[in-house]
Ligand binder design. Structure first.
Ligand SMILES: [Fe+2]
Length: 311
């Protein structure tokens, strides 16, 4: 899984357009060299960060997903919805044991067996949005290749069948939520989550949908692709036509490069976990064997004692 890239810092993110407060129209950003941004029209303030998590921008200019996703949509989604979750998260973790934990660990620790606390909602939505931005790229869509395509064809029958399953999941998510392509390994239990048991479906690609802020990390799945089906993600561009938005997302925006990279990491993690599990089982077998030897020895010692009593 690709880390969302949050850092322990209070500095402004280099390479990202700064947030402007109080503006009413989308801003035309101009990049200055490799590390800065400027706008000739508006006075901008540096990013305000109240705690350790820093708002990172989408990995492309905010207008570069047009005409499929407008700059207005990306700006309001990132600089308003995403930022509000991040700032609320920072407020909730201040002074708690969660403060120094990686974001993924906060999500799992606060999931609370499906009865999520506010800190879970803000942590998960912060992670989900960053993952969503990195799931797209200008000029995206098309077909994946390599290992990813082979696994899609193995686990869904065909790429077209995968697209159909993903569309159905995203479209049928009642109310707000997310649709995902994930890699399901499930080799270890997850702390306080209700974790699906290992089955013959381990180590395969799975489509899932989740309500509100929940993401597949709480099942110990490795997310590979996400589409945000909260209305704020598409209403400005597609009004209530979620189906059209989902089709455009798949056909024009998905970064299959990002999905392939995430799959590579997920498979490596699953292999490492399988090795750890095998090693643990071998150690447990050795312990059992040693324990049996000790039992026999104790029995023999006891038997010797009985003989001496008889004599
Ligand atoms: Fe969103």
């Amino acid at each position: 899984m690709v880390s969302p890239g949050y850092v322990l810092s209070t500095s402004t993110a280099l390479g990202s357009p700064p947030l402007c407060y109080g503006r009413s129209k989308p801003t035309k950003w101009e990049r200055i060299g490799r590390g800065g941004w400027t706008s000739p029209k508006l006075k901008c303030a540096p990013v305000s960060v109240r705690s350790q998590f820093l708002l990172t921008p989408p990995p492309y200019p905010l207008a570069s997903l047009e005409p499929h996703m407008s700059q207005e949509t990306v700006e309001s989604h990132w600089s308003r919805h995403h930022r509000e979750h991040l700032e609320s998260l920072n407020t909730h973790v201040v002074g708690t044991e969660l403060r120094d934990m990686p974001l993924e660990d906060i999500i799992i620790a606060s999931y609370n067996k499906g009865d999520p606390l506010p800190v879970f909602i803000h942590a998960a939505q912060t992670w989900n949005h960053d993952f969503f931005w990195h799931s797209m790229k200008p000029g995206g869509g098309g077909r994946p290749s390599g290992v990813l395509l082979r696994l899609i064809e193995r686990d869904f029958g065909s790429f077209e069948q995968f697209l159909n399953e993903f569309r159905v999941a995203a479209l049928s998510q009642f109310g707000s939520g997310w649709a995902w392509l994930t890699y399901k390994a499930n080799r270890l239990d997850v702390g306080n989550a209700i974790n699906p048991c290992p089955s013959e479906e381990d180590n395969k690609l799975v489509v899932a949908k989740t309500p509100n802020a929940i993401n597949p990390l709480v099942w110990d799945y490795s997310p590979l692709l996400a589409v945000d089906v909260w209305e704020h993600a598409y209403y400005l561009d597609y009004e209530d036509r979620r189906s059209e938005y989902i089709s455009i997302f798949l056909d024009k925006l998905v970064s299959w490069d990002a999905v392939s990279s995430r799959l590579e990491v997920a498979m490596a993690k699953a292999e490492e976990r399988a090795r750890e599990e095998e090693l643990r089982e071998r150690e447990e077998e050795d312990d059992t064997f040693l324990s049996d030897d000790e039992s026999v020895q104790i029995y023999l010692d006891s038997d010797d004692g009985d003989d001496s009593d008889v004599e």
